[in-house]
Design a protein around this ligand. Structure first.
Ligand code: GDG
Length: 725
């Protein structure tokens, strides 16, 4: 049976070296708790770095055995790997970039090389354990290249990726020299998750702009499959926090702590040591509060827990020194013999003590400058069994999208945060209860188990969607079937669209000239079948490009036809009334003036507004505006507005490729019909085809055609196969 493999940089344990022996300490982090039921069941397994370097082969073997018992497998990293991959590229390039701290970004090619090397190490370790149809769920920014590396070796595996930290705007991503590799790496996955909608939309925009892959409604169209990108806000193990806060052990600690600090309002802050958390800014805020509200001195204290983290990275070392200095300064300025403004702890606490801090504090001050989600604020709310307490939360934390009943603040607005604390200190109990209970309801419902469930369900959904599309794929078997049916045929006909079908798109449409290979392919085919090029292009271009070929051509979606055995050059296939054009052209021109790079193409029966060369984003925006403008006008003229590949076309609805193909076939018997196209205009052709025809759409989009084919390259492969039959 297929199994699930969880992969993260760190395993949910810590490996410690003590008295010449190794010890494992399980981590009770949110992710580990949420995924507990997954990796501990059946044959499932968690693969990652155990968090310490081990060079001795014997010790490694011992660790592998012990971890095996815990349903884990280690990826061993060398000291150099840790320095360059983890501390280097992950924490000195990606972390600052993704949290908008571009001033801390390091661009070091050696670090990048190490990042590639270590992602490969992970890949090798996984491949050793994985079966071809397993589900592999990769976590976080340290492993962005892994999904694609895995895809190459395990093409049929189900691969998912979740990023726990923010995904920034394209403006930041473009600064990273290895941006394309990173995005293509992640796009090896079938499902890509982020905490918030903003993260996912930034990701989609970066993928579109940097890799050129198009996307719509959270789906990226990769070459041979669709990829779903979605938002999955992570929750906590709500009941664990609620239960612990109620426990006798924690309540005894609360009593003890409370006695020690005396009758104080307590303001709690808990973070890993990180510049993204806004710790120094918070001390400045507290200082300002005590300056402005002298009456609060002696009555309010801040409990500040900073958990040591990444302290070998230079910017973290400096941050630690800054915090030490600021705490020293504020305490020396305001302390009295029986009151200290800031109780500062640079260490981590056991769970029951952490719970006691949550439980006894009146206010949680969670003011990161950027945070993917932030679980501390959720844990504080879950620990408030009496529903008393106030959460002050930064708008820059992903959690702020859910916890609208917190007092939301901009952490850069110092006075705003001071006022928020003052508001929190004066908030009556009734309001506190209303706010806390509303947040509790939501946190109970969307807990970490629900998060895992929704994510895993979504993986199934994407796979089902992919299967639906690939069930129609022109694979080797289908190619052989088409070939043998073609071989038997006495009067075969091919309807071939041009752009996006026989040749790829070019920024300038006039540059998409048929290459030598295509010309000779068409020549060979036309010796064996009736070949019809059926395109939206104007007749002059088609005529010039295929001059001398023994083929039929349908231009402008069926306005014009050129028959190979007729003496007439081009024959008008549809009566055209173009009195509508003037009105529409003036509107389109207005949008050209406002949109550098856009241009109008006039065809016999239609007007086309092109935006392929417009700055991405702006082009879409203007197209939408023009679309609604034209739709309104189209009604009066009985016209049809259609969205194509970077074009908007307005035309008469009764002129289409399907109608033209039908007229061309009328009165003839064909025993083999093949129609290939790539966009909505070809759907008319597909619809018009008789049941026994082979209709194929290029790309894995929904279609009326019987089949989908991957790309132009595969179309040519198929046609070569038929030409050689
Ligand atoms: C990343 C993203 C995202 C803290 N002090 C102690 C302690 N903790 C625990 C808390 C909490 C966890 O550490 C911190 O989690 P956060 O979510 O707040 O922050 P990051 O570590 O930066 O996590 C973040 C998260 O991934 C999940 O996707 O929310 O945005 O940056 O669970 O309880 N635990 C114990 N003692 C302590 O002293 N036992």
């Amino acid at each position: 049976m297929a199994k699930t493999i969880i992969v993260s940089n760190r395993l949910p344990i810590s490996l410690r070296h003590r008295n010449g022996k190794f010890e494992f300490k399980p981590s009770a982090g949110g992710l580990a708790t949420g995924l507990d039921s997954i990796y501990k069941s059946g044959e499932n397994i968690w693969i990652g770095w155990p968090g310490n370097t081990v060079d001795d082969a014997e010790q490694r073997a011992e660790i592998i055995l012990e971890l095996h018992e815990l349903k884990m497998a280690p990826v061993f990293l060398s000291k150099k790997d840790v320095e360059q991959f983890y501390e280097g590229f992950s924490n000195e390039t990606l972390w600052p970039a993704f949290h908008y701290f571009t001033q801390y970004m390091v661009y070091n090619p050696d670090h990048w090389e190490a990042y590639v090397r270590v992602n490969q190490k992970f890949c090798d370790a996984i491949v050793k354990k994985a079966d071809p149809d397993d589900t592999i769920w990769v976590h976080d920014y340290q492993l962005m290249l892994l999904p694609q590396m895995l895809r190459e070796i395990l093409p049929d595996a189900t691969i998912a990726f979740f990023q726990h930290i923010p995904f920034p705007s394209y403006e930041i991503i473009r600064m990273i020299p290895w941006r394309r590799e990173l995005l293509e790496g992640v796009c090896g996955a079938d499902l890509i998750g982020f905490h918030t909608y903003d993260d996912m939309r930034h990701f989609l925009s970066a993928v579109g702009r940097i890799t050129g892959m198009s996307g719509e409604s959270g789906y990226i169209q990769a070459e041979n499959r669709i990829i779903n990108v979605d938002s999955f806000p992570m929750g906590i193990d709500y009941h664990k926090f609620a239960k612990q806060a109620k426990s006798r052990k924690t309540q005894n600690i609360v009593k003890d702590f409370r006695e020690k600090v005396g009758d104080q309002k307590l303001l709690l802050t808990i973070d890993r040591l990180d510049y993204s958390k806004g710790i120094p800014q918070r001390i400045h805020v507290f200082d300002q509060l005590l300056k402005q509200h002298k009456e609060l001195r002696g009555k309010v204290s801040m409990i500040m827990i900073v958990v040591p983290s990444r302290d070998r990275v230079q910017s973290y070392k400096e941050l630690k020194e800054e915090i030490d200095l600021l705490v020293g300064r504020i305490n020396s300025e305001y302390s009295t013999l029986d009151w200290v403004p800031v109780h500062y702890f640079y260490r981590s606490f056991p769970f029951e003590e952490l719970s006691a801090f949550y439980s006894m504090s009146d206010i949680a001050l969670v003011t990161p400058l950027r945070d993917g989600m932030n679980l501390v604020c959720k844990e504080f709310v879950a620990s408030k069994n009496d529903e008393k307490g106030v959460l002050i939360l930064s708008e820059m934390a992903g959690a702020s999208k859910e916890l609208q009943d917190a007092i939301l603040v901009n952490p850069n607005d110092r006075q705003g945060v001071v006022d928020a604390i003052y508001q929190a200190l004066s908030m009556d109990e009734e309001e506190q209860k209303l706010r806390i209970s509303a947040m509790q309801e939501s946190l109970k419902k969307y807990d970490v188990f629900q998060w895992v469930k929704v994510f895993m369900d979504r993986i199934d959904h994407v796979k089902a969607k992919q299967a639906e599309l690939t069930s129609k794929d022109v694979d080797a078997k289908v190619m052989n079937e088409i070939q043998s049916s073609f071989k038997k045929a006495k009067s075969p006909i091919f309807f071939l669209d041009y752009d996006g079908t026989l040749t790829g798109f070019k920024a300038n449409p006039q540059d998409a000239i048929p290459d030598a290979e295509l010309k000779s392919l068409i020549k060979e085919l036309s010796g064996k079948a009736q070949v019809v090029i059926i395109s939206g292009r104007d007749k002059d271009t088609l005529g010039k490009w295929f001059k001398g070929q023994q083929i039929d051509m349908i231009a402008e979606h069926g306005v014009w036809v050129h028959r190979k055995d007729h003496s007439l050059d081009w024959e008008l296939y549809a009566e055209v009334d173009d009195s509508w054009k003037e009105d529409i052209r003036s509107v389109m021109e207005y949008y050209v003036l406002r949109t550098p790079g856009a241009f109008i193409e006039e065809k016999h029966h239609s007007l086309v507004w092109h935006y392929r060369k417009v700055e991405s984003g702006l082009g879409d925006l203007r197209m939408r505006e023009l679309f609604s403008h034209l739709k309104y006008m189209a009604r009066g003229h009985n016209l049809q507005v259609l969205e194509g590949n970077m074009v908007l076309e307005i035309k008469r609805p009764d002129i289409n490729k399907g109608r033209a193909a039908n007229s061309l076939m009328k009165g003839h018997e064909f025993d083999f019909i093949l129609a290939i196209g790539d966009d909505w205009t070809d759907e008319d052709t597909f619809k018009a085809m008789p049941k026994n025809a082979y209709s194929i759409r290029v790309g894995y989009a929904y279609t009326q055609a019987n089949y989908n084919i991957k790309s132009v390259k595969q179309v040519r492969q198929l046609l070569h196969k038929l030409a050689e039959s």
